[in-house]
Design a protein around this ligand. Structure first.
Ligand code: 13P
Length: 268
């Protein structure tokens, strides 16, 4: 009996965990600094039972930081990957290569990459390649601005549909969707989204997934990202009914990020 329920219990336990991802972008400038920050974050994160922490450092530091990882409460991810597993693509890194050095996640379709020319079609190919390599793919979606007519809702829904083309139901267990409104990201952000803003999009994402996959889409974790800090963490994780956070600037400060992680730990 117990054996029969074991996979379900494991799934349920993992589902209950909050997923907190730190996107370090192109910081810090030196490996030594990256090691120091990661050491402190790991210390906090490795004792938290209800939080899965993933740090996405500049890829060049990943091999080094990987040696410091023990256990599975803290893992490493990549901020991007190419859409083929190998080939003559100077300067690119493939999902299989990322997986082969022990990284677990990859962020795809971040607005800071879309602005460099990444199209919905490329994002779709990158997602398919990431899943094939065995990575958990964190798809970023989000509007540049909000309009009164609700055009932004159609825009976000269409980003999801285009990104998930040909992604099969059974592959959804490798997918996470992060809502990152562009107007809320970075030091020039207008503000963080409100928990109501995030809830509205969480519902939209669930509905879009239901249209595409019926009930199978309902298990895809939804994250919020954009000016997350230690003060708004609890609000997002409770009022917005989302499953985790994608944190930029605040993930580079081990004290502030530690507070975010501890805040997430307390949310039931
Ligand atoms: P900030 O948290 O710095 O606003 O960045 C959000 C982000 O882009 C995470 O991917």
């Amino acid at each position: 009996m117990c054996g029969f329920f074991a996979p379900f219990l494991l799934w349920y336990y993992c589902r209950m965990k909050k997923l907190i991802i730190g996107n370090w972008k192109m910081y810090p400038v030196e490996l030594k600094e990256a090691r120091e920050r990661f050491t402190q974050i790991k210390k906090t994160a490795s004792v938290l039972r209800n939080v899965q922490t993933v740090i996405c450092p500049p890829l060049v530091y990943a091999g080094d930081l990987k040696k410091m990882v023990a256990g599975h409460r803290v893992t490493l991810g990549a901020q991007n990957a190419w859409l083929e597993q190998e080939g003559a693509y100077t300067g690119e890194v493939s999902p299989s290569q990322i997986r082969s050095v022990g990284l677990t996640h990859v962020i795809i379709g971040h607005s800071e990459r879309r602005v460099l020319g990444e199209t919905d079609e490329m994002i779709n190919k990158k997602i398919l390649a990431g899943i094939k390599a065995g990575l958990v793919v964190v798809l970023c979606v989000g509007e540049r601005e909000r309009d009164k007519d609700g055009e932004y809702l159609r825009y976000v829904a269409s980003q999801i549909k285009l990104a998930l083309k040909n992604v099969q139901k059974k592959e959804l267990s490798n997918m996470v969707i992060a809502y990152e409104p562009i107007w809320a990201i970075g030091k020039n952000a207008l503000r963080a989204a409100s928990s109501e803003d995030a809830l509205e999009i969480a519902i939209l994402i669930k509905k879009t997934l239901a249209d595409m996959y019926n009930r199978d889409g309902s298990h895809v974790p939804i994250l919020y990202g954009g000016s997350v800090n230690e003060k708004n963490t609890k609000d997002f994780l409770t009022a917005s009914r989302i499953d985790g956070l994608l944190v930029g600037r605040a993930s580079l400060d081990p004290f502030v990020f530690g507070e975010i992680l501890r805040g997430a730990e307390k949310v039931k």
